[in-house]
Design a protein around this ligand. Sequence first.
Ligand SMILES: [Zn+2]
Length: 477
Amino acid sequence: MSYETVIGLEVHVELGTRTKIFCGCEVAFGAAPNSRVCPVCLGSPGVLPVLNEQALALGIRAALALNCQVRRSSKFDRKNYFYPDSPKAYQISQYDEPIGEHGHIDIVVDGQTRRIGITRVHLEEDAGKLTHSPFGDTSSVDLNRVGVPLIEIVSEPDIRTPEEARLYLEELKAIMQYCEVSECKMEEGSLRCDANISLRPVGASALGTKTEIKNMNSFRNVLRGLEYEQQRQADLLRSGEVIVQQTLRFDDATAKTIVMRSKEDAHDYRYFPDPDLPRIELSESYIAQRLAEIPELPANIRARFEQDYGLPAYDAGVLTASKALSMFFDQTARLVKDPKAASNWIMGDLLAYLKEDGKEIEGLTMQPKQLAGLIGLIDDGTISTKIAKTVLRDMVSSGRDAPTIIAEQGLVQISDEGELRAIAQRVIAANPKSVADYMAGKEKAIGSLVGQVMKETKGKANPQVVNRLMAELLSSK
Ligand SMILES: [Zn+2]
């Protein structure tokens, strides 16, 4: 029997606010443990939470960017559980009235657009962070993260392969970053992903028993965890065994899933409306303002790059990996004759030089018009492509203009025929073996003669002119 995989993702995204969701404590990743806490987030008796308006605004912006319908009226609920990461013994979340519902993200799988539904987007507070001693006798808790604002984004079970899950996450992350809702740093936990996965016979409509995989802390591990679990379930089903509903943890070292606990149902949390927080009532104008804050999103930009600049889909994908990169390309492309040339320079040499320097595009001092200027100098024959690579290397490090570097280092291309002819004649005289080979019909021998001219001019000779002159000189022999 063959099986179909059904995957749904629950993604937690930390909202990029300065302070926590219900108190004034600063949000600071990496701060000294328990240094960003107050009576409100520590749950002392008698304190009252106050909603951070910026967290609400970012949550609504995110829901709109994910094509959700935003509820005009929603509320906060208490999710009760007893665990040391939560000093109040409950988490403030949203149960039956989330801020957003019925959204979607489109992903492109093998050239086909697939729409992945989003069930809901809700606001909640984060919990503390537990660290367990490797010797097994103690655990420590850092409550700095308690009360950090999150949105939880729950997808419909529309994802069919681990690869689709990865594509969905990539797109979700890009949308959040473009909208400046979150930096989505998985390594710092500001984007976290849990996955539900089940298998069912192909053609069946009922869902199989699912397992939930927690704590997959990189896109690679999401892919590995889901692939492992898909195989494990298929093996069990094929040997006639049943899948047990449970919560699993992906172990990076062994690349296997490990059982954490049997799955709890929603009623175990005894949800009830939080009596300390008023309902969230949104006006039409408030929602319209949030909608106006959403910039052009990556899917739109990719389509525009392909249509307006004639870029291949691959280039459009690479260049929209971040908002800063797509803006850099967009501005450069407007200033050059051939946008594909700009794409090649950015995707190839520029990204490589940034990587060498350990820099991000955001930290680049070189401006798009400076790169466009460099490309213009290649177009008009002032410098060769080879020299341009050297010049760009300098531009990325120093932020100086191409003409300044070219003048200082005497890198202007030599296209003067008289000068190049003299060098070519010297090279011919000094390399009788190559000349004889060429005369004997080995046409490739001309390459080594041209190479000698390029070497003598330190790469500054115009290769087209040298090729033509060399062919002329040899044929007149
Ligand atoms: Zn606090």
